[in-house]
Design a protein around this ligand. Structure first.
Ligand SMILES: Nc1ncnc2c1ncn2[C@@H]1O[C@H](COP(=O)(O)OP(=O)(O)OP(=O)(O)O)[C@@H](O)[C@H]1O
Length: 282
């Protein structure tokens, strides 16, 4: 068994809302190995984004601890990068400038910066642009790109400082189905190439199974881990695997469990009950 890259131990997070406490996370524990690709699903409000934000250092925890390579995290770090649903590119910078932006900040922070550092960074930016299939768009502005292309720039920018951990919060949520499929294969390729550890939040169970080696199902009120599923597919994947019986069976099982844990009845059940309760029209 490989050593843990990320160790999440008994993490709790409480928010105050309108004078009341919201338990966004309750006693969440999980270990991830280096180079693992783990996906997170669950009903709205079960704490998926909060957990990712805490690991990214964008949010503090109320109890428990999270360590990366044995060191407790207490804020953002160059070892962790986040990609959000909204591409958050800088509209006043070109594609290439956006990709290099974070690297520039790091370089400014470094006291010593050699010419070879700059050269290596430029080479990496070119390589990432190429990997994302955007070489022809180096000088384009973000508003000249489609949603899928913008998200590819955002991923390249996140990868630029060679983060060991990539935190992705519904990164493909705003894309159409065809573009998503292309992005799925792209991100799996990136994962193999960069050897990063990826935590990926999604509402799409099919996406979660196709991408992850494990799917973590979270449940709300309080936000917690309900079940961790091992994905019974080989490391090398292709789109046809979505039609495999074991893929479909796991998808059914996870969807059923999300319905159970969400505490929400389906629209049909609700409609039936409302119809029964409604007084007869005169
Ligand atoms: N800054 C905040 N202040 C108060 N409550 C918050 C804050 N951020 C999150 N919450 C609450 O914490 C709970 C978990 O929210 P979170 O966004 O992590 O869930 P989620 O599983 O990512 O939801 P979704 O799938 O809808 O994006 C929710 O009840 C939410 O309202």
């Amino acid at each position: 068994m490989s050593p843990s890259k990320i160790r999440i131990r008994h993490v709790g997070k409480r928010f105050e809302r309108d004078g009341a406490a919201v338990e966004a996370l309750h006693d969440v524990s999980l270990e991830l190995c280096a180079n693992e690709f783990v996906t997170f699903v669950g009903a709205s409000g079960c704490g998926k984004s909060t957990l990712l934000r805490i690991i990214g250092g964008l949010e503090t925890l109320s109890s428990g601890e999270i360590s990366v390579d044995g060191r407790c995290i207490d804020g953002p770090g160059i070892d962790r990068a986040m990609v959000f649903q909204h591409y958050s590119l800088y509209p006043w910078l070109t594609v290439m400038q956006n990709i290099k932006f974070c690297r520039q900040l790091k370089a400014i922070a470094d006291t010593v910066r050699s010419d070879s550092d700059v050269e290596i960074a430029s080479g990496r930016a070119d390589a990432l642009l190429n990997l994302m299939g955007l070489s022809a768009f180096e000088k384009a502005w973000p508003n000249q790109l489609s949603g899928g292309m913008q998200q590819r720039v955002a991923i390249a920018r996140a990868l630029m400082p060679r983060p060991e951990i990539l935190l992705m919060d519904e990164p493909f949520g705003a894309l159409d189905a065809q573009t998503r499929e292309v992005m799925h294969d792209l991100i799996r390729h990136v994962h193999q190439l960069e050897k990063s550890t990826i935590l990926f939040v999604t509402h799409d169970v099919e996406e979660a199974i196709y991408l992850g080696s494990r799917v973590v199902l979270m449940a709300p009120r309080p936000g917690r881990i309900d079940t961790v599923y091992e994905v019974p597919l080989p490391a090398e994947r292709d789109q046809d695997m979505k039609l495999a019986p074991e893929f479909i069976a796991l998808k059914r099982e996870i969807l059923a469990r999300i319905r159970e844990t969400s505490g929400m009845r389906t629209d049909f059940e609700l409609l039936e009950q409302l119809t029964r309760q409604a007084p007869a029209e005169a």
